[in-house]
Design a protein around this ligand. Structure first.
Ligand code: CA
Length: 755
């Protein structure tokens, strides 16, 4: 009897303890930063702080406290998605078992080195803490070269999940796992179910989406699990993910039309499995790059990848013997098995072999992989001795190079896409290729469901059409009202524009018929492209006849300094004339810091111009920064242009970018490039351009092409051009000795000088 009573008493006590716990767990609805400070110093396990819906300006949040596994301390929004942190807001967490959710960072940028940091300062870190369902959208420092992280993970056992991270345009890794102190190492973080949306081409190093570690701590293990994340158009630079530590697992992530690769840059013993890379043949889409010891790459599915060299669909690098920690450690004991490579254009083995990187892969296996190419040839390129890679059980539908034939069966394989969730499993009797344990991740399974995953950029001509009446006020007011993607059709007539037109959205200006609409201007430029702006001009006549009588006018320019957004400029079937009121009247000039995704001039005529046509050379400090990714000149006619047709400059030795790319086809140049102010004395001046294709153009009485090769094994072809009273192209190798590497073929040279 007595025993029973004791038992009863204990139950009552337990109930009381529970009751007091519930009473202690408080919920606060906070409506000001001061109100937050009033409670923040005093949070107990189970407490929840809710921020009131609305816009919070310049709110630097510090969440500190010690929750428990069953009763964490929570900071969240009154309604998820309705709490906007803007201006100079940020978030730091320090303590244990903290959870943050539901916040949106936009319309501002962090005043500190990270938007969200899992530490208070260099001594106080977060552990067992979680940031979930948070949005960071275009929260960019207005100075593009000012570096910050959007999420910096410190401490141990932290998690970033179901967050939506899109539009990082300024310098710095989007999400960084830091190992720079002992209590951040062997950290066992998890990064999962996040949506990593558009990250535009940054235009130099520093545009990675995820980095785990740094070279300095790269022989330390991180044990970070990166799973079920969706990477869409994360195009910042060559490395989408840069692993720089050991024992990480990357599993079941999807890379969709993302330029760059998952690179095992430093650190050993990482596992890359069941990831899906879908390139859809977009340029520079890559897969996996292998460096260092004990890496396992298995059951990955890679399809439609076009990347080459270090950006290939699959790359195994050569190492540096006794490598310093920041160079390339030899590949040793790599296991590469059961991967499917479907229409992957390039698989490079022993890549980067040179005098320094002379240590080929050793003790490695490449087995049971499936390599299918619809094109006529296999994707392999071999740059050194690959006897240290043992091949077995692989299947290909094309004959492979002799040195690996012993490990391949050549079979006419058909892909079976019957179950698209599992992707093509091969009908291969040899059991080669990827198998999956789970269906492939869908975009909507990542991020949050209360914030739209919108497309990266507004396409030209995707909006409404406006008819502009034939006077300038109608033009200016329509420009004002138009929305991004809209088309302005100008009625026939001459428009003399009294002020600079600022382009801050995607717009098309066009005439119905060529030769019916003339735009002239009274300021130093007609159009200025600013953040958010892209411009397409069609069938217009652009005249400099009413421009100021001063040197240095231009028809179009970008903002003079510090453009944050990449832009596009396209012009087709326009006539450009009378850019000659004074000297150095340029057609297009770039400001410092401006970066074009695309500049295209097609079927235009340029006549009588005292400056340059495309001036894309404002980054002169040789920092690996440049002004345009793709430049295309097609079917234009240039006559009496005193400056250059193009000056495109990419200095520095960094190899983190794909561009610039320059294509010039079917153009006619007459009496161009020979003005005394054209310092380079070139009609086409290219420095450090990575891909150049100049074919089928006619140069008459013009200055030569000058092509300067710097880093990155540039690919240049100059084929099928006519040079009439024009010197041969000058090609200079500025960094490597020996003959130049450009292909210069089938050009004809004609001189009227009969001596
Ligand atoms: Ca990089």
């Amino acid at each position: 009897m007595r025993i029973v009573n004791m038992f009863r008493m204990n139950i009552i006590l337990l109930l009381m303890v529970n009751l007091s716990c519930d009473l202690a767990a408080k919920e606060y609805l906070i409506d000001s930063p001061q109100a937050y400070l009033d409670v923040a110093g005093n949070l107990s396990p189970g407490d929840t702080v809710k921020l009131k819906n609305g816009v919070w300006q310049d709110f630097e949040i510090l969440l500190m406290g010690k929750g428990t596994e069953s009763a964490p301390i929570t900071l969240t929004a009154e309604t998820k998605g309705q709490v906007i942190l803007s201006g100079n807001s940020n978030l730091r967490l320090a303590g244990e078992y903290l959870v943050v959710s539901g916040l949106v960072f936009k319309n501002g940028y962090t005043p500190s080195s990270a938007v969200i940091s899992f530490r208070r300062n260099k001594d106080e870190f977060a552990y067992h803490s979680r940031v979930t369902e948070v949005v960071i959208d275009n929260y960019n420092n207005p100075d593009k070269q000012e570096s910050d992280y959007w999420v910096a993970l410190y401490g141990r056992h932290n998690r970033l999940d179901h967050s939506h991270i899109v539009g990082k345009r300024n310098k710095g890794v989007t999400v960084a796992v830091r190992l720079n102190s002992e209590n951040s190492q062997q950290n066992h973080h998890r990064i999962d179910h996040n949506y990593f949306g558009y990250r535009p081409t940054f235009g130099s190093n520093g545009g990675e989406t995820l980095r785990i570690g740094t070279s300095h701590f790269s022989l330390t293990d991180s044990h970070t699990l990166v799973d079920n994340n969706f990477f869409e158009h994360t195009n910042g630079e060559v490395e989408i993910i840069s692993i720089k530590s050991g024992k990480n697992i990357l599993r079941n992530n999807v890379f969709y039309e993302a330029r760059g690769t998952l690179t095992m840059r430093h650190g050993n013993g990482n596992i890359i499995e069941e990831n899906v890379f879908l390139g859809n043949n977009v340029p520079h889409t890559g897969g996996i790059r292998v460096i260092n010891r004990d890496q396992i790459i298995r059951n990955n599915y890679l399809e439609g990848l076009t990347g080459y060299r270090f950006g290939s669909g699959f790359t195994v690098m050569n190492g540096v013997p006794d490598s310093p920690i920041n160079r390339y450690h030899q590949v040793d004991n790599a296991i590469i098995e059961h991967n499917t490579f479907l229409n992957v254009q390039h698989i490079h083995l022993a890549a980067g072999s040179d005098a320094e990187r002379s240590a080929p892969p050793v003790n490695s296996v490449f087995r049971n992989n499936l390599v299918i190419n619809d094109s006529h040839s296999h994707p392999f390129a071999i740059f050194d001795d690959i006897s240290g890679i043992s091949f077995s059980g692989n299947v290909s539908n094309r004959a492979v190079p002799a040195s690996m034939q012993y490990g391949f069966a050549v079979n006419n394989i058909e892909m079976n896409n019957a179950n698209s969730d599992m992707l093509g499993t091969a009908l291969s009797p040899e059991n080669a290729g990827a198998t999956r344990r789970a269906p492939i991740l869908k975009k909507q399974q990542t991020g949050v469901n209360w914030y739209p995953k919108t497309t990266a950029e507004t396409a030209f001509n995707s909006g409404q059409q406006h008819h502009v009446k034939p006077h300038v006020n109608s033009l200016l007011s329509t420009l004002e009202q138009a929305k991004s993607g809209d088309i302005l059709v100008l009625a026939p007539g001459t428009y003399i524009v009294p002020k600079l037109i600022s382009i801050d959205k995607t717009l098309t200006l066009k005439a119905e018929h060529k030769g019916t609409v003339t735009l002239a201007f009274e300021r130093t430029a007609l159009f200025e492209i600013v953040d958010g702006g892209s411009l397409l001009l069609e069938k217009l006549t652009l005249s400099g006849q009413y421009s100021p009588d001063a040197a240095g006018n231009s028809v179009i320019r970008t903002k003079k300094w510090g453009l944050l957004h990449n832009y596009r400029f396209v012009m087709r079937q326009c006539d450009i004339e009378q850019l000659d009121v004074n000297h150095s009247f340029h057609f297009f000039t770039t400001g410092k810091g401006a970066f074009a995704d695309n500049v295209e001039l097609s079927e235009n005529t340029f006549n009588g111009i005292t400056g340059d046509i495309l001036q894309l050379n404002s980054e002169i400090e040789d920092l690996g920064i440049y002004n345009a990714e793709y430049v295309t000149l097609h079917g234009n006619s240039f006559s009496q242009v005193q400056g250059a047709i193009i000056k495109l400059y990419r200095g520095g030795t960094d190899e983190s970018t794909f561009g610039p790319h320059f294509t010039m086809t079917n153009n006619i140049l007459k009496y161009s490039g020979k003005g005394k102010r054209n310092k380079q004395a070139a009609s086409v001046y290219l420095h450090g351009v990575q891909v150049t294709d100049i074919n089928n153009n006619t140069f008459t009485n013009s200055a030569p092409i000058v092509l300067e090769h710097t880093v990155g094994e540039p690919k240049s072809v100059i084929i099928g051009n006519q040079f009439h009273n024009t010197p041969a192209p000058e090609i200079r190798e500025l960094r490597v000795n020996g003959p130049h590497t450009a292909i210069v073929e089938h050009n004809t040279f004609v001189s009227d000088d009969k001596r």
